[in-house]
Design a protein around this ligand. Structure first.
Ligand SMILES: [Zn+2]
Ligand SMILES: [Zn+2]
Length: 125
């Protein structure tokens, strides 16, 4: 006797408890609605949406860990680092966005000395 869709659902779910609705629907050749309806009838929880499948890092495009947010830790830093030109000495320097947002001067001067030197010069004029 050919197994019913319901039976195949149960077999598949037993073999792969984390199977998603989409994967289940594909495997059973039914619609996603049918697959979730079956899951409901059988009282089982299908795995999350595709969003839980491997996601690429928004910076380098390589796969992320399941629990990672949108970037690898190192990529997050690179992504959130800005290259700035010091208003005082015109040298370029880098800041993470967090550092830059800490206070207004942090994005304009590469250090406190430059800031004060610039202010002193501006004030002298
Ligand atoms: Zn990355
Ligand atoms: Zn400077």
């Amino acid at each position: 006797m050919k197994p019913t869709t319901r039976e195949r659902f149960q077999t598949l779910h037993a073999a792969r408890p984390n199977i998603t609705v989409t994967e289940m629907a594909d495997a059973l050749k039914v619609t996603r609605q049918r697959a979730s309806a079956l899951a409901q009838q059988l009282g089982v929880q299908l795995g999350g949406r595709e969003a839980e499948a491997v996601r690429p890092c928004r910076y380098c495009g390589k796969p992320l860990d399941r629990h990672a947010k949108a970037y690898h830790a190192a990529c997050y830093l690179k992504r959130h680092t800005v290259r700035l030109t010091c208003r005082g000495c015109k040298r370029t320097f880098t800041r993470t966005l967090r550092e830059r947002n800490r206070h207004p001067g942090a994005g304009a001067f590469h250090n406190r000395e430059c800031f004060h030197a610039y202010r002193a010069k501006a004030g002298a004029r």
